[in-house]
Ligand binder design. Structure first.
Ligand SMILES: [Zn+2]
Length: 558
């Protein structure tokens, strides 16, 4: 992933291992869970994270080997090829790098303001085009750049952004709050606070450009993170229109740059920020014009998702998903021993192993009422591209996809007594989770860093933002052996020593009993959706409710 990929998620994940605090079926009501094939899980992790697989870099010689290994496990489990008789879905991508960058100039004030690339601003294009030019584009301050009809909030109210460039505050109006009770859930990050959302909304508004004002506290990372993330190539999925529905250019500006621009317009950033935090804020045209240009080098490539299917018995045209990304970083920066293979054992051979085990368990249990889809997606590490491509080009209609479970980096630190739910209580999936928790005797701990927005940083998000409710159940922080202290130690080891490094290796000494317990939980969650006739929706004030309602209504109208 790109900017702001913090280690928090992985930290939580490592502490994983939801353990049984009481025997299953204490109430007599819990359905039977087929055995988890531990040997299959170990063998899958061992294979996929071996040096022979070279860290599973998409587009490398390791890709066909990895795909073959996944297909073999899906076949052995009894799945059918899910993509119209094929196992694979093509994922065409474009990698764009901006070069020959001009300064950013702003005219219309007392004097022309000139800002330098990298040190003052960064910019790139989401359009697949050799040249990018923003010329005399009117600057408009649009507060947080949020359009949230379910909250009665629109920072673009009454303005036509065509030809204009939005100047946008980072995060959302509640970011500095302590609790989670604000309109934008207080300190908890919402989709509206993510930088990716700002660019998407500016594009929906028809803007030519979008510039986010960097500010270290609400952004949660310094300018150097922005600068380094935007100086290299950016990865996208190819679309039929080559991104013509995107803005011409997106970028970030340093806070002092924003202050200078606003001053030239006779405005004050602090005063405008305060205004933008109030409901009813209206966009502020600045009477200034922006200019910038650069060239783009474009490389096209192709990778693949693997799609397996267990057809439903009574409602086969309704679908429930299990997903996990198969890719990792491939060859990477060598460590002290010269090892340059980022094996990605935890991240995410464990998730693929869980996918294989779940395929086998669900096949063994007999067909569910609804169809079950097993999706191994590519290019998560490049920005959730495999899941994004699937969500843009779904093999099974999203309006007929009930929901699902995504798995990214499972526990290898032994069983825990608790679980955490990333994203908090967003949808009616919570009721299902609580029911299964009760059956399994698991305790739910609050998400450790709700302000980091982990829900928006793995593959389930590609589906969630198009309305499909998805579980992202992080595992616990309180280990059966050693409690939270042991959990913290295991987490620190992973975050500091292994995460995205050559040392994310498989070890036979791993205690995978926590992972086994997680897989049982995922089985129950998926099966609960697949064997029922529920259509869990997002809560009415959730950011994804409107898109789901629209998608379901459109499907009904057909
Ligand atoms: Zn991952």
């Amino acid at each position: 992933m790109k900017i702001g990929k913090s280690f928090g998620r992985k930290a939580l994940v490592l502490l994983c291992g939801a353990a049984l605090a009481m025997p299953l079926a204490a109430s007599g009501a819990a359905p039977a869970v087929p055995a988890v094939d531990e040997a299959l899980m170990r063998e899958t992790i061992r294979t996929l994270s071996s040096d022979e697989f070279e860290g599973r870099g998409p587009g490398t010689a390791a890709e066909p080997k990895t795909l073959e290994a996944i297909i073999a496990r899906f076949k052995a489990a009894g799945l059918q090829p899910g993509n119209k008789g094929q196992w694979l879905q093509d994922v065409p991508t474009a990698t764009i790098k901006a070069i020959n960058k001009s300064p950013l100039t702003v005219t219309g004030g007392a004097q022309v303001l000139t800002f330098q690339p990298s040190s003052d601003f960064v910019a790139g294009s989401y359009r697949i085009t050799p040249q990018t030019q923003v010329k005399d584009s009117e600057l408009v301050f649009v507060g947080y750049g949020i359009n949230a009809p379910e909250l009665g909030w629109n920072d673009y109210a009454g303005i036509d952004m065509k030809g204009k460039t939005a100047v946008i505050l980072v995060n959302d109006p509640d970011y500095a709050m302590e609790g989670e009770n604000g309109l934008f859930r207080g300190r908890r990050m919402t989709y509206y606070g993510r930088w990716t959302y700002k660019f998407e909304e500016a594009a929906r508004q028809g803007a030519t450009g979008a510039l986010i004002i960097h500010d270290t506290f609400p952004a949660a990372y310094g300018w150097q993170v922005v600068e380094s993330s935007w100086s290299g190539a950016q990865h996208f999925v190819q679309t039929a229109n080559d991104g013509a529905d995107q803005t011409v250019a997106n970028g970030w500006i340093q806070k002092p740059v924003a202050e200078a621009i606003l001053k030239a317009a006779g405005k004050d950033l602090a005063a405008l920020t305060a205004a933008a935090q109030q409901k009813g804020f209206m966009p502020v045209p600045l009477g200034l014009k922006a200019n910038l240009s650069f060239d783009n080098t474009i490389e096209k490539a192709n990778s693949h998702n693997v799609v397996g299917l267990l057809p439903g018995k009574t409602r086969p045209a309704e679908y429930v998903l299990y997903s996990a990304h198969w890719d990792h970083l491939g060859r990477c920066k060598p460590d002290a021993t010269g090892d340059d293979i980022c094996n990605g054992a935890v991240d995410n051979a464990t998730g693929v192993a869980a996918l294989a085990a779940l395929a086998k368990m669900n096949a063994a249990a007999g067909r569910a009422a609804r169809s079950q889809v097993f999706l191994a997606v590519t290019l998560e590490e490049s920005g959730l591209l495999g899941s994004e491509y699937y969500a843009q080009n779904p093999v099974f209609p999203l309006a007929k996809t009930v929901g699902g479970v995504n798995m990214d980096a499972l526990a290898v630190g032994g069983p825990a007594k608790d679980i955490t739910v990333t994203g908090g209580d967003k949808s009616e999936l919570t009721a299902i989770l609580r029911k299964v928790e009760g059956e399994m005797g698991l305790r739910e701990s609050p998400e450790e860093h709700p302000e980091r927005g982990h829900y928006y940083r793995s593959d389930h998000f590609s589906l969630a933002k198009r309305g499909v409710p998805m579980f992202d159940v992080g595992r616990g922080v309180d280990l059966v052996n050693g409690g939270t202290a042991a959990g913290q130690a295991a987490s620190d080891d992973y975050v500091n020593v292994r995460y995205h490094q050559p040392s994310d290796d498989y070890q036979e000494s791993w205690d995978i009993s926590g992972m086994v317990q997680d897989v049982k939980l995922f089985y129950r969650l998926g099966r609960e959706l697949a064997d029922s006739n529920v259509w869990p929706n997002w809560h009415p004030n959730d950011e994804f409710r409107a898109v789901r309602d629209k998608s379901l209504a459109a499907a009904k109208g057909k």
